[in-house]
Design a protein around this ligand. Structure first.
Ligand code: SF4
Length: 115
C-alpha cells in the first residue's frame, strides 16, 4: 500500500500601509510572491498567499482583528510590506505596535516584500 503524506503548505499574508494603498495596487508584492523573489525567495512552490490587507489607517487599527482572523486560517507568517519601511515614503510611526500585535498572536514576521 502506498502512503501519500502531504506537507502542510506554508501560509503567508501581507499587511501594508493603508495610506499608500490609495496609490499602489500591490502588484510589486504579488510579482515578488508569484516569482518567489526578494523577501519571498525562500518559500517553496507549496506556499500559499492567504491574505493581503491594509493596516486600516493609523495607528494600524485593523491589524489586531485581521491577525486574529488569519490565525484561524492557519497563517504562519505575516510580511510587513516594503512600503511601510522605506525611507522615501513617510516612515510608519506605528510599526513597532503593529509588529507586537502580530507576534503576540504567535505569528512570525518577515520584514519586507519586494524592495
Ligand atoms: S499605521 Fe503605518 S502603515 Fe498604517 S496607515 Fe499609518 S503610516 Fe501607514
Amino acid at each position: 500500500m502506498k502512503i501519500i503524506t502531504e506537507k502542510k503548505p506554508t501560509r503567508v499574508a501581507v499587511v501594508r500601509c493603508d495610506i499608500i494603498s490609495e496609490t499602489c495596487p500591490g502588484v510589486g508584492c504579488f510579482i515578488a510572491f508569484n516569482k518567489r523573489k526578494m523577501y519571498f525567495k525562500d518559500y517553496d512552490e507549496n506556499t500559499e498567499m492567504i491574505a493581503f490587507f491594509t493596516c486600516g489607517g493609523c495607528s494600524g487599527r485593523r491589524v489586531y482583528r485581521l491577525v486574529k482572523s488569519i490565525k484561524k486560517h492557519g497563517a504562519d507568517v505575516v510580511h510587513l510590506s516594503s512600503c511601510m519601511q522605506m525611507e522615501n515614503y513617510p516612515k510608519c510611526p506605528h510599526i513597532d505596535l503593529i509588529r507586537k500585535t502580530i507576534t503576540d498572536a504567535g505569528i512570525k514576521i518577515v520584514e519586507g516584500t519586494h524592495h
